[in-house]
Design a binder for this molecule. Structure first.
Ligand SMILES: *Cc1c(COP(=O)(O)O)cnc(C)c1O
Length: 401
């Protein structure tokens, strides 16, 4: 198989692993190396004046200045586009940089955005605190309330936004229905699929316009770098790429190398995250000290049917409530585990645990926490790639401690 056929291939059910290893990469590389070089350059040289003019007039594909990207970034962008089944990908320096870049390049004063209210705290903050300063109106509607979303659309609406699965409630969006609402009203649609990854679902195949990732999480997968990405059609991404060059939210060559290396094992890691998530969620659901488990792979989850029909697996993130516990008793369980580390973030090889009330919503009022659906007894656990039996044994001793 040559490189082009790999890049263009729509991955079959189990082809993600091949794309993760080879997608976007040339068969023969510099110095016959099997890996791509780290090109540490802030600028790129031209042979003479005529070659500068040729570059500008003929727009030959080559590097010019580091803020517009670097050779490693181009390779990883092709790999991500291949994994997601999209025409093109744009990498950013973080997931939030990708969100800000997309909103700032697509929205003008007077435009409106409708988004489902279960979402990453900082995405909501950017909408409510910052887009408003530029005259953009954002409307929150309850997650998975498609009628409310459709009713909130006005002639000024430009973008419908959701995560799937949502964070931390792990609600699953009916992507076909979500995309259809956008098409019916001629409004573009964006899914933040950070928690799903292209291993578990590919929103573009349902007609969604833009897929966004905090690449920091599962795609990079090692809790050692920040990156973000947007995948979609070349036409629709062009204005975003231009703004990225002005924002300067690009990745360093070293960061990109780590990301490319991490992506090689993406499919292998996801397989284990899915297995661990399912096993630990089933254990938690059966435990007498657990009041409720949010995990789309459980039959008890509200969106289990849609998740089962559209996703290959459900990832490593589990949210659960401790029975009859206040915030301090809940914190005791977090403090008693010995395998997962206490930290924000998710999707890396190391399991991480946190109490959302403390980690992300400590400065909110109790009313705000109620509004965002963050009870005092909530724990969020990101299962890494350790052995499920070790995670279960550790949680068992933490509940008994
Ligand atoms: C972490 C996260 C982000 C932000 O990404 P960064 O890489 O941390 O900037 C956005 N959306 C979701 C769903 C996330 O989990």
């Amino acid at each position: 198989m040559n490189q082009d056929s790999l890049i263009d291939a729509k991955p079959a059910n189990d082809a993600n692993s091949t794309l993760a290893v080879h997608g976007g990469e040339a068969r023969q590389k510099l110095a016959d190396s099997v890996t791509d070089p780290i090109v540490c350059a802030s600028t790129f040289t031209f042979e003479n004046t005529q070659s500068v003019i040729d570059y500008i007039e003929q727009q030959q594909p080559r590097e010019e200045y580091g803020r517009y990207g670097n050779p490693g970034e181009k390779i990883v962008e092709k790999k991500l586009a291949a994994l997601e089944g999209g025409e093109e990908a744009i990498l950013f320096a973080s997931g939030m940089a990708a969100i800000v870049g997309l909103f700032m390049s697509k929205l003008n004063a007077g435009d409106e955005v409708v988004f489902f209210d279960e979402c990453y705290h900082r995405s909501r903050e950017f909408c409510s605190k910052h887009l408003a300063r530029f005259g953009v109106v954002t409307r929150q509607v309850p997650a998975c309330d498609y009628d409310a979303m459709e009713s909130a659309i006005t002639p000024n609406t430009r973008l419908l936004v959701s995560e799937s699965p949502t964070n931390p409630h792990l609600s699953i969006i009916d992507l076909e229905r979500f995309a259809a609402i956008g098409k019916r009203h001629n409004v573009e649609t964006l899914i933040d699929a950070t928690l799903a990854t292209p291993y578990n679902v590919r929103p573009l195949t349902y007609g969604v316009d833009y897929v966004l990732h905090s690449v920091t999480k599962y795609l990079a997968g090692h809790n050692d770098l920040l990156a973000g990405a947007i995948i979609g059609s070349q036409d629709q991404l062009e204005s975003i790429r231009n703004l990225r060059g002005i924002m300067g939210a690009v990745n360093s060559a070293h960061n990109i190398y780590l990301l490319q290396r991490g992506l090689k094992t993406f499919a292998l890691r996801m397989e284990r995250h899915n297995q661990n998530g399912q096993a630990v969620a089933e254990f938690l659901e059966s435990h007498p000290r657990v009041e409720k488990v949010y995990y789309p792979g459980l039959a008890s989850h509200r969106d289990h049917t849609i998740a089962h029909n559209t996703m290959r697996g459900f990832g490593g993130l589990i949210t659960f409530l401790v029975k009859q516990a206040d915030w301090k008793e809940t914190a005791k369980i977090v403090d008693a585990v010995t395998v997962p580390r206490i930290a924000p973030s998710l999707g890396g090889v190391e399991s991480l645990i946190e109490q959302p009330l403390v980690m992300s919503y400590y400065e909110c009022t109790p009313q705000e926490r109620r509004q965002f659906g963050i009870p005092d007894n909530m724990i969020r656990l990101s299962c890494g790639v350790e052995n499920a039996a070790d995670l279960i044994q550790d949680l068992t001793q933490a509940f008994n401690a």
